[in-house]
Ligand binder design. Structure first.
Ligand code: GTP
Ligand code: MG
Length: 200
């Protein structure tokens, strides 16, 4: 499951402009600022393969990265960015939903959930939308390094609440993995999980 090479292939503004290929593909989805681009960088151990920002709304297009000349990561714009104009949010759902409904080689969606905040309804809505459309998903909890003291709950408490939230909605819950792009937590586990899903 080692990553030897990552090559940026293409940014697409429409699902139908995405690269056509016969390789396995993993899409990274989640709220704006959850750490999608950072996770890609952490997995490939490079700082700036995918562009990141403190401000939400950084990634605006569908970005394909080819890994080891054999499979793809897809970095996507985030959802639920409250400050985005209404028009931009609508646009997001149209083109990103179009992407998911038409990708034959999509192995699984890595649905990123911020472990440093309490469970968010929009994440469950997204999981449910994927489920209704028979799109496999893996929950990837991000920012597990952010151990808050004092006010606010700790990541393990947020995770406990989120898991409860999921099990109320699923008979058999999707796999989930705890990660941190800062400490590298979960990196090997996630890469192994992905290699098992693509059978090599
Ligand atoms: P959009 O492209 O805007 O949808 O955001 P994104 O989901 O790609 O988030 P991005 O990777 O740009 O990260 C957003 C912010 O969260 C940055 O300031 C990152 O440094 C920070 N961040 C990402 N992952 C982690 C993590 O595991 N731990 C901590 N502490 N911060 C993180
Ligand atoms: Mg991004």
């Amino acid at each position: 499951s080692k990553i030897k090479e990552v090559v940026f292939v293409k940014s697409s503004s429409r699902a139908k402009d995405c690269p056509k290929h016969d390789r396995p593909e993993f899409a990274i989805l989640g709220r704006s600022n959850v750490g999608k681009s950072s996770l890609i960088n952490a997995l490939v151990r490079k700082k700036d393969v995918a562009l990141t920002s403190k401000k939400p709304g950084k990634t605006k297009l569908i970005n394909h990265f080819l890994v080891n000349k054999s499979w793809y990561f897809v970095d996507l714009p985030g959802y639920g960015f409250a400050k985005a104009p209404e028009a931009a949010r609508m646009d997001w759902s149209a083109f990103t939903k179009g992407f998911f409904l038409n990708r034959d080689n999509l192995v699984t969606v890595l649905l990123l959930v911020d472990a440093s905040v309490p469970p968010q309804r929009i994440d469950l809505d997204c999981a449910n939308w994927l489920g209704r459309n028979n799109i496999p998903l893996t929950f990837v909890f991000t920012k597990c390094d952010k151990m808050k003291g004092g006010k606010g709950k700790r990541p393990d408490e947020n995770l406990r609440d989120f898991k409860q939230f999921i099990t109320e909605n699923y008979k058999q819950h999707p796999p989930w993995i705890m990660t941190s792009s800062v400490t590298g937590l979960g990196r090997d586990e996630l890469l192994l999980h992905m290699s098992q899903l693509r059978n090599y």
